[in-house]
Design a protein around this ligand. Structure first.
Ligand SMILES: *Cc1c(COP(=O)(O)O)cnc(C)c1O
Length: 415
């Protein structure tokens, strides 16, 4: 881009935006600049309608009959295939179930079960912490198994992969910096060494085009309450490549993963398909909200989404660096948009207080310890004018030292 766009140019960008009408399908409070859809996506009338139908009619009137009549029992598989479409997975390989943390546990064990003569898990030192905590949990059940960490044991994941590695657990986009990995290239590198890969798609599902089948991925997990807009605590998903389904075993062998759950047999027999990656009864009300949110995605071109995402994040970086120069911010995300997800991080020594001041002025991003200001750009309901307004408020807070007020130093439980 040449020169700094002014407000007229920004408004022209919104007017020319092919995804602009999508904003009307979400509930975005007037006057709020919501740059945190990468933590909790916006609500939608479609999700509300599904919730109401599920609560008042299916639960309220039809009661237990709804397991069959309203398709509750099959819903994890039906919604799994719909998410599968958004992440490049052919039907029958994706199921909606449980949380991302629980699905990481299942995926790691299943991956280890495919490589019984190998003992090492590779992960990222800078990973989202739950991935590492769950990995510790998996290791605690497998005597002799050990962990190698990128950034601790070697600078890059590629340097850690050898013939002893069973599985590589890796985030497609880093939750803090927004750095995007090359899925096809890393998957190939892992598989060339005889290992399998588990991709964590929490920050890419619904944020950019993904081709799990095309990349020959082995396993993937992700959550549905971020870019997919499924609602707070909405259930996560897990993908297992078709070629592994017969063999891959996960240890949370609850009755919903059984081949014949309603035969009430005494012994366990895993379902032959992706159903084996469920555990027990699923949270149907949350799933119904997710169903409403996924209806919106039927009308989204993922490549148009990515183009807008790149334009939003490029604009944000350009405006912040021009308007807030010398005010203590350092770009923490890759400058090259091809290596960046749909979020931008800036470092500031007082990031927590700065973010609290922003939130008080109705610009919502989030703080990640120790010193990161993180801004998510969800192309379905964020416009270029939001970027402009967000940067104006940020500049004002930094220039006026408004963030130094002591009320912004008090930490809440959830940051
Ligand atoms: C948000 C996120 C999670 C969340 O896990 P939950 O079990 O849903 O709490 C896991 N991994 C990554 C990379 C995330 O960004």
């Amino acid at each position: 881009m040449t020169g700094l766009p002014d407000l007229t140019a920004i408004e022209a960008m919104d007017a020319a935006d092919p995804l602009r009408a999508m904003r009307d399908r979400f509930v975005v409070p007037e006057g709020l600049v919501y740059l945190d859809g990468n933590s909790l996506g916006a609500a939608s009338p479609a999700a509300f309608a599904e919730l109401e139908q599920a609560a008042k009619v299916e639960w309220g009137r039809d009661l237990i009959r709804s397991w069959n009549k309203a398709g509750w029992f099959e819903m994890p598989l039906v919604l799994g295939d719909r998410i599968g479409k958004l992440v490049g997975a052919a039907p029958g390989q994706t199921v909606v179930a449980d949380t991302t943390s629980i699905n990481i546990y299942k995926a790691l064990h299943a991956a280890m079960s495919l490589r019984p003569d190998r003992t090492i898990i590779v992960a990222e030192g800078g990973s989202f912490p739950t991935d590492l905590y769950i990995t510790e949990g998996v290791l605690s059940t497998r005597p002799g198994a050990t962990l190698r960490l990128e950034g601790v044991d070697a600078p890059s994941i590629e340097d850690l992969i050898d013939e002893n590695v069973a599985v590589v657990l890796v985030n497609h986009v880093n939750y803090k910096s927004g750095e995007l990995r090359d899925m096809a290239a890393l998957t190939k590198r892992v598989q060339d060494a005889g290992a399998v890969v588990v991709w964590d798609l929490c920050h890419t599902a619904g944020a950019l085009p993904i081709d799990l089948d095309g990349a020959n991925a082995d396993f993937a997990v992700g959550c549905s309450y971020k870019y997919l807009n499924g609602g707070p605590g909405a259930p996560a998903f897990i993908y297992v490549a078709q070629r592994h389904l017969a063999e891959a075993r996960q240890p949370l062998s609850g009755w919903w993963s059984h081949a014949r759950p309603f035969a009430f047999e005494q012994g366990y027999a895993a379902d032959a398909g992706i159903r084996r990656f469920q555990c027990g009864t699923q949270c149907i009300l949350s799933m119904r909200a997710l169903k409403g949110a996924l209806d919106i995605w039927d009308d989204v071109d993922m490549h148009a989404l990515r183009r807008k995402s790149v334009a939003l994040t490029d604009l944000f970086i350009q405006l912040v660096e021009a308007k807030c120069e010398g005010l203590g911010l350092t770009l923490e995300s890759p400058r090259d948009s091809s290596r960046r997800g749909s979020q931008v991080a800036f470092r500031h020594d007082n990031a927590y207080a700065v973010m609290q001041a922003l939130i008080e002025r109705d610009v919502i991003g989030d703080f990640r310890a120790p010193s990161t200001l993180r801004f998510g750009f969800t192309p379905l309901y964020i416009g270029f004018k939001d970027v402009w307004t967000g940067v104006e408020v940020l500049e004002d807070i930094l220039r006026s030292d408004a963030w130094k007020d002591e009320r912004f130093a008090v930490k809440a439980a959830v940051t």
